[in-house]
Design a protein around this ligand. Structure first.
Ligand SMILES: Cc1ncc(COP(=O)(O)O)c(C=O)c1O
Length: 475
């Protein structure tokens, strides 16, 4: 097994293999922690970490004073995992090129941002955590006296920046609140970062497949794109990036090391370190889009920023994917470009809404955020499993990612299918999919699509999924 993979993950994999290979069957007890420590020659904490992760995935259950047992649902989750092959990767590199996003793409992008197959469906009850959040914001609004006559400081509310820096410190990044600037979402953070770092005509490297919102930004800012081959499991291929850097001057690289959209890839630590090393050698900025990290249902991975000692990583994120898109609250930590980013925010927006920031700050400080995210992550895991179980019933061959976080899976269909065509037909029936073509400037992913699991699989949504498989089959 690859030594670059952390030890607890290797042990986790070993136990998973043992379960799928029949060494331990459903309901059977796993060896004790002490026995596992002896067998693997490692510390108790390493074994506990691996077991915790398996438990969080629903593969094992802990029983008081009896140890860990293979879950009776384990074969469902893990067995299904073996029924899908990972989507294929591409390896060829093309020259940098200008970005031109067509109108049809713009239309799809607007609808697809919702991650929902059936956006017209009335959502059910508001989760308890969101009710608490709304109350918190309401209280902050009522507390306003004459404050509404003033602008907030351009960097954003100091209380919120402090709360965010505390959250960051739990992920290995000691962020000084002065290093953070509040924005109206991760998209704005990415925009400010690109604006501060690049000039017209500069080349920006992006993941392929990668986030379509970045392609739109590159188009607007008249920047050139170069697509870096990207694994749907381990993220951007840093060796390919290195080859690119030897041929072209790349000003910045936009990357999502934690659960990148569309497939939920997680970049291993050695690749992260190599990326930063390349940035230093080639004088390149790394714009980290960390928006999905907190959706992880096992461990929330550290940001790339935690490895940055030269101020080359610009960290961008928001609360959109883990709490609410409607808050329009994000942040950016601009490293060596921070002063310029602040200036850009001031020029373009003056300030952010103060009572929303204060309400969110109280929500975080009073533990509402931690409680909400804990519950939401389990819900996401369950919804991902339900989606994969449904996909396993589709009557044609598929390659599907099985991410451990994020909000979507990436599906590769047999080649002749064009998912833009399917998008058009599905839309006429009120079903919205995200076609693969959106995730690249090439037509490379025309036979792929992204499906979200951010919403519960209520009957109408499951019905839409079934209908989608019929439409794909007709193609
Ligand atoms: C990878 C990625 N980055 C950024 C954004 C924009 O997020 P926000 O709502 O915070 O502007 C999205 C939204 O879909 C996204 O998927």
């Amino acid at each position: 097994m690859n030594e670059a993979v952390p030890r607890y993950q290797r042990i986790e994999r070993w136990i998973k293999d043992g379960m799928s290979g029949g060494r331990w069957r459903q309901g059977e007890r796993l060896p004790s922690i002490r026995a596992l420590c002896q067998q693997h020659g490692c510390a108790k904490i390493t074994i506990q970490h691996a077991l915790q992760r398996l438990e969080a995935q629903g593969l094992i259950e802990s029983r008081e004073r009896s140890g860990f047992f293979v879950s009776t649902r384990a074969d469902k989750t893990e067995g299904r995992g073996q029924s899908f092959q990972a989507p294929k990767e591409f390896h060829q590199i093309e020259s940098p090129q200008p970005v031109s996003v067509s109108e049809v793409f713009r239309d799809i992008m607007t609808r697809s941002a919702a991650f929902d197959l059936t956006p017209s469906l009335q959502s059910g009850e508001t989760p308890h955590g969101i009710v608490t959040l709304n109350r918190s914001i309401g209280r902050a609004l009522r507390r306003q006296k004459g404050d509404y006559q003033y602008y907030d400081e351009p960097a954003g509310d100091p209380g919120l920046r402090k709360a965010l820096s505390l959250l960051a410190s739990r992920r290995g990044w000691k962020a000084d609140p002065a290093e953070l600037c509040i924005t109206s979402g991760c998209q704005q953070s990415l925009f400010l970062a690109l604006l501060a770092i690049c000039s017209e005509g500069d080349v920006v490297a992006v993941e392929s497949p990668g986030f379509y919102g970045v392609l739109q930004l590159l188009e607007q800012l008249r920047l050139k794109v170069i697509e870096v081959p990207t694994s749907l499991q381990t993220g951007m291929d840093v060796s390919a990036l290195e080859a690119i850097l030897q041929r072209w001057p790349v000003r910045a690289c936009v990357v999502s090391p934690n659960f990148a959209t569309p497939g939920g890839a997680l970049m291993p630590e050695d690749a992260r370190r190599k990326l930063i090393e390349l940035a230093n050698v080639h004088d390149m900025a790394v714009i980290e889009d960390d928006i999905y990290a907190e959706t992880a249902w096992t461990d929330v991975p550290d940001p790339l920023k935690s490895l940055d000692h030269s101020g080359r990583v610009v960290h961008c994120s928001s609360l959109s994917k883990i709490l609410s898109r409607d808050l329009r609250l994000g942040w950016v930590s601009g490293g060596r470009w921070h002063a310029r980013i602040l200036q850009m925010k001031l020029t373009s927006q003056l300030a952010s809404c103060r009572f929303v920031q204060q309400g969110v700050t109280s929500f975080i400080e009073e533990g509402g955020y931690a409680a909400f995210t804990r519950k939401f992550r389990l819900q996401l895991r369950e919804q991902r499993n339900q989606l994969l179980e449904h996909l396993a019933t589709w009557p044609f061959p598929l390659r599907v990612t099985e991410p451990e976080g994020g909000l979507a899976v990436w599906i590769e269909l047999p080649q002749p299918v064009n998912t833009i065509e399917v998008y058009r037909v599905a839309l006429s029936e009120g079903i919205v999919i995200t076609p693969g073509s959106l995730f690249s400037v090439s037509e490379r992913y025309a036979h792929c699509l992204r499906i979200g699991f951010a919403h519960p699989w209520v009957a109408q949504r499951t019905q839409a999924l079934k209908r989608l498989s019929e439409l794909l089959q007709e193609q």
